[in-house]
Write a protein that binds this ligand. Structure first.
Ligand SMILES: Nc1ncnc2c1ncn2[C@@H]1O[C@H](COP(=O)(O)OP(=O)(O)OP(=O)(O)O)[C@@H](O)[C@H]1O
Length: 234
């Protein structure tokens, strides 16, 4: 569904993403892991058009989207969450989904309904009329996912969706991610919580110092000596 070829991003002398060629198969959940600074978020930014690559290409459903603007990529069906949610604090939960994802194209009433349906879909816990500045971490994470899901993506890219959640909230969010995948959404997830990424993913890609260090099933990756050495530990 999505393919990168020789994708590279340099920041001065730092090569944040270094000649990365990967494929994200339709219908699957792909995990993207690696140590801090491995280039995971930079790769997300390259795929979604927030960064222009220094070299290489991104192909989505057979179309070269390498230099396409983020909102155009979103319209094509690729949406992403951000590691640090930045909601509009004075607006309600529903309004954040409307403003952050649905825009002015739809009528306001229809957009509000769509936003509320999406919040239901991601099991947002709480009153949708609350202002965003009163939300806890778990609610902020759900709001962030709702904004991405509201655009009806075919490919959903999650950047550390469960970070900061307690095990109970984590488990509930894992259920939501599984449900979205069962509804036909292909998922690419950056995640540091191994239990979550290994439990959910069909395949896992490991980045280290901007390069693909390993890829395979969760089992293969967890037993890879190099991956254990640079990231997983003993
Ligand atoms: N805008 C930028 N300008 C300069 N250097 C950057 C920029 N963004 C990222 N980098 C550098 O690129 C490398 C990869 O960073 P990136 O944030 O992509 O890693 P990551 O794998 O997402 O890390 P983490 O797990 O900590 O989020 C790091 O060395 C980082 O300092």
């Amino acid at each position: 569904m999505l393919k990168t070829e020789n994708l590279t991003k340099r920041f001065g002398s730092v090569v944040a993403v270094d000649d990365v060629s990967i494929e994200i198969p339709e219908g699957e959940i792909t995990g993207l892991i690696g140590p801090n600074g491995a280039g995971k978020t930079t790769l997300f930014n390259l795929i979604t058009g927030f960064y222009t690559p220094s070299n290489g290409t991104v192909t989505y459903k057979g179309e070269n989207i390498t230099n396409v603007a983020p909102h155009e990529i979103s319209k094509k069906g690729v949406s992403r969450t951000f590691q640090v949610p930045k909601p509009l604090n004075q607006l309600s939960v529903t309004e954040n989904v409307v403003v952050g994802a649905l825009g002015e194209g739809k009528g306001r009433q229809a957009a509000m309904e769509k936003a509320n349906d999406t919040l239901d879909r991601v099991n947002f816990q709480g009153d949708y009329s609350m202002t965003a500045n009163s939300l806890n971490v778990g609610q902020l994470k759900r709001l962030e996912i709702a904004k991405a899901v509201a655009t009806d993506p075919d490919l959903l890219m999650l950047d550390e969706a469960v970070a900061g959640l307690n095990p109970d909230e984590r488990g509930k969010l894992v259920d939501v991610i599984e449900k979205l995948n069962n509804q036909g959404i292909t998922i690419l997830m950056v995640e540091h919580v191994m239990e979550v990424v290994m439990g959910l993913s069909n395949r896992v890609i490991v980045l280290d110092e901007g390069k693909v260090l390993a890829e395979g099933t969760p089992e293969e990756v967890q037993n890879d000596d190099e991956v254990i050495e640079v990231y997983l530990g003993t």
